[in-house]
Design a protein around this ligand. Structure first.
Ligand code: IMP
Length: 206
């Protein structure tokens, strides 16, 4: 079954393809599907933004091809408790979309300069929305808990991975391989929940 994932982020596509590999061998990004709908991510929660993206891509795909596809979208971000949950749904826009992550990461660490270890709690959160070919909608979400590190470390992953220290492994998420991260990450867990829901809903093999 053809799945269109409403993102242009190649890092996310790599993770998504790995997790849904045995579910579909045709997982296209919006760009690969030739779609570029205007998407205004003005939701106040990850759930709302994931649904906004999935609905926009579903409508555009139908408008352009007359085909109803299975469309998935995610919205994710970093919540830092000491900053009242910021950057949260603004994670991508924090300090500007085009600002390199080493600068964003350094700025967040600086904001927590006087914050003791026990108050450095933070998490990545992810919501996954699906619009099924018949128009039904599904939502899942998950998080991965950690602490904001005192300095960035690790060369894998992307975005804020180098500053989310993951206590069970004693290193940041950027120290984990792709497979190790997928096994514990917010996106990995939310996608696997979605995979289960889709399998039940579409009577596919799990
Ligand atoms: P979205 O594309 O609107 O979901 O924005 C997600 C934002 O959160 C981007 O700034 C990402 O860099 C950040 N983010 C989401 N998931 C991760 C992750 O797994 N690692 C690092 N940063 C992430």
């Amino acid at each position: 079954m053809k799945i269109i994932f409403a993102t242009g982020n190649q890092n996310k596509m790599r993770e998504i393809r790995e997790i849904l590999a045995d579910f579909s061998d045709e997982i296209l990004s919006m760009k690969e599907a030739g779609l570029s709908p205007e998407i205004v991510e003005d939701g106040e929660t990850f759930d709302e933004n994931a649904l906004i993206k999935a609905r926009a891509v579903y409508r555009e795909q139908f408008r352009l091809t007359g085909e109803r596809a299975l469309v998935l979208a995610d919205d994710s971000g970093l919540e830092i408790d000491a900053l009242g949950g910021a950057p949260g749904v603004y994670s991508a826009r924090f300090m500007g979309e085009d600002t390199p992550y080493d600068i964003k990461n350094a700025a967040l660490i600086e904001k927590l300069a006087d914050t003791p270890r026990e108050e450095r709690t933070a998490r990545f959160r992810c919501a996954i929305a699906a619009v099924l070919p018949g128009g039904d909608e599904l939502l899942t979400d998950a998080s991965v808990e950690g602490l904001i590190a005192y300095e960035p470390s690790g060369a894998n992953g992307f975005g804020y991975d180098p500053i989310l220290f993951y206590p069970p492994r004693g290193c940041t998420l950027a120290c984990l391989t792709d497979d190790e991260k997928n096994a514990v990450s917010h996106r990995g867990k939310a996608l696997r929940k979605m995979r289960e829901l889709l399998a039940d809903k579409l009577y596919l093999l799990k």
